[in-house]
Design a protein around this ligand. Sequence first.
Ligand code: PAP
Length: 359
Amino acid sequence: MSTYLVPDQTTSHHRTAINGENQIPKEEEEAYNKLHEKLDGILATMPKDKGWRSQNIFLYKDFWLSSGVIKGLLMIHDYFQPQPTDIFLAAFMKCGTTWLKALMFATANRNRFKFSDHPLNRTGPQSAFPFLDTHIYLDYPVTKFDHLPSPRLFATHFAHSLLPTSMTSPSSTAKFVYVCRDPKDAFISKWHFMSKLRSKELTPISFNEAYDLFCNGISEYGPFWDHVLGYWKASRESPEKILFLKYEDMKREPSMELKKLAAFMGMPFTAAEEEGGVVEEIVKLCSFENLSNLQVNKDGGGAQKFTAQVVVENHDFFRKGNVGDWENYLTEEMRNRIDSITETKLKGSGLTLGLTKKT
Ligand code: PAP
């Protein structure tokens, strides 16, 4: 079974068919096979470039994606049925998904679990709710997510424009929480992470090469700036549908940002909860210090299966958790290049990102 449900949450059967265990409906299997043919056809015609983890990534509708997540995207379009109460956590890679996963899960379930014996402390945030991009197909042939409690929570790295309008249109009541980060820190974090995941059969990707690719927008789910701008513009148009957060603000004022998050999710903290210290309890539970020291997040403590080939140790989602670590890696020239791309790309949007010194 997939590991995305915290054990206490529900143990009920949450997929339609599992190899051999259940009968896979014939039509579903045929549709799945057709989708694979479609994927092969699409990949054969798409521009490709160097992947950071795998050999190649493909330019699909203006964003660079691995073949695995393109399959996930096609499936989201073909099979995923959003519910009006769904809340999606969206982010470019390495911008705060792990942290927000913990915060959103703890906030949504704050009346179900005791902080002294919280399931997040046993399972870690990765298992709290599904990563839509790959969990949609992890349970062969298609996961329907029927048994997730309401509101269903999902994470995705897909750009706003790639997702189906059933999820993104302002008329759908499903919500998005988007978290972004200084691109310099996102780059450093991504280089460390992807270097670990990179297939040992491929030559390692050097720091300078990754830097150039990143600046040119070529990295999984990139270009970074287009990703951020898509959600930023949508959040300006429909602030009730998309909450736009910054990692740096959350580091500076976690309680304030958490209150914003809870109100947006439709679950504002009551005066009694605030007086009772619930906000601080959640901040503490979800802090880098607490989560990174859990047994399940230590080296060898547990892992997440994203595809048949990609299994990531929980430990690898925690590195330093700081703002401004880029200063330890980038030369003045490198920093200026990223900052000037950011300035040019975001010009006139009303958004600023990462142009200030370390906080
Ligand atoms: P993902 O894209 O693979 O899901 P994501 O969780 O978005 O990764 O980002 C990981 C970054 O968040 C890491 O940053 P670093 O490499 O600069 O250290 C990780 O350390 C950091 N991180 C993980 N959990 C927390 C947390 N609870 N608080 C603050 N930062 C965190």
